[in-house]
Write a protein that binds this ligand. Structure first.
Ligand SMILES: C[S@@+](CC[C@H](N)C(=O)[O-])C[C@H]1O[C@@H](n2cnc3c(N)ncnc32)[C@H](O)[C@@H]1O
Length: 302
């Protein structure tokens, strides 16, 4: 197992970006109180209280997460805020950061996927330089954390972080500098479905596709997976995930934030991956039951 303790964030550097201290933290579940609270509040959030009232209530909070979710639902900044898990500033912030099942599950997903990436990189290191690709990467937190924990040099690994939108790149670059891995990372703006045109000469052996496919319909996802399958080396791995709604939070996300996820079980994702030629080698669901995380391989032979 890889070393997983980061250099602690400097207390004196207020501009420093948050880093996890430890990748071996217990994954989050719901306490009994949170389960009961969720069960009691959900009908009101989902159906009974008018959406306009709920929006007004949530907008009265000082919560950075709520403000960002209204601004850009499900965007990379909101993800960064909920990963960071700062002490809540008020009750509504507490609900959003700590009690909300999807926030808890997203932190579980971050930790689990980062560890999977660490294991995949380590397994390939002896075969030569590892070429990683983060798709819909935002600032590339998963990939950057994995590389920095393994203390790899640019001769050993290079990560191409692709996003349709370049607004996370400055923050991502700052994160890379803070971690001392800038020369291992390139940012690229482009549509991953057109990856062959956007990045024609790169043949990744590990692809990370996290936080994106829940926004794509089946046709868009099929196009994306087919494009990634074409460029990857044989024997290369792809890590992605489905999304489920065991805590019945979807109606309120839709009516309050207009945030809609396309639900797919681990088996649904497996079927989509198999349609374009991948073979699933591992499937694990984080303990909140929201994200089935799926690892696939592009087989050595068709
Ligand atoms: C929710 S963020 C996820 C960020 C990060 N992967 C995480 O999980 O924390 C989704 C990102 O996917 C990007 N995106 C959406 N469609 C894309 C496409 N076709 N190609 C590349 N990036 C895309 C968005 O711009 C956004 O930054």
């Amino acid at each position: 197992m890889a070393p997983t303790t980061a250099a602690p964030e400097s207390d004196t550097d207020s501009a420093a970006i948050w880093l996890p201290q430890d990748l071996q933290q217990p994954l989050e579940t719901m306490t009994r109180g949170q389960r009961i609270g969720n069960w009691l509040i959900n009908p009101y959030k989902n159906y009974l209280i008018p959406a306009s009232w709920l929006k007004r209530l949530l907008q009265s909070s000082q919560s950075e997460l709520l403000e960002e979710t209204f601004r850009r639902p499900g965007g990379w900044r909101a993800m960064e805020i909920l990963y960071r898990k700062d002490a809540p500033v008020d009750l509504l912030d507490r609900q959003a950061i700590l009690d909300n099942p999807i926030s808890r599950a997203s932190r579980n997903r971050l930790q689990t996927v980062t560890q999977i990436l660490i294991d995949l990189i380590q397994a390939r290191q002896s075969d030569g330089p590892v070429v990683l690709m983060g798709v819909g990467a935002g600032p590339g937190r998963h990939v950057q954390t994995a590389i920095s924990r393994l203390q790899l040099s640019a001769d050993e690994v290079h990560a191409h972080l692709i996003d349709l939108d370049d607004d996370a790149f400055e923050y991502g670059q700052q994160l890379a500098e803070q971690l001392g891995i800038s020369d291992c990372i390139s940012f690229l703006q482009g549509d991953a479905r057109e990856i062959q045109t956007v990045l024609p000469d790169v043949k990744p052996n590990i692809v990370k596709l996290i936080g994106l496919i829940e926004y794509l319909n089946d046709q868009q996802l099929h196009e994306l997976l087919a494009a990634l399958h074409t460029i990857m080396v044989r024997g290369g791995n792809l890590v992605t995930h489905g999304i489920l709604d065991p805590w019945h939070g979807a109606p309120s996300l839709k009516r309050i934030f207009n945030l809609q996820h396309i639900r797919r079980s681990g088996d649904d994702v497996r079927r989509m991956l198999e349609t374009v030629g991948f073979r699933v080698i591992d499937q694990v669901t984080e303990p909140m039951g929201i994200y089935p995380i799926v690892t696939a391989v592009k087989p050595m032979v068709e």
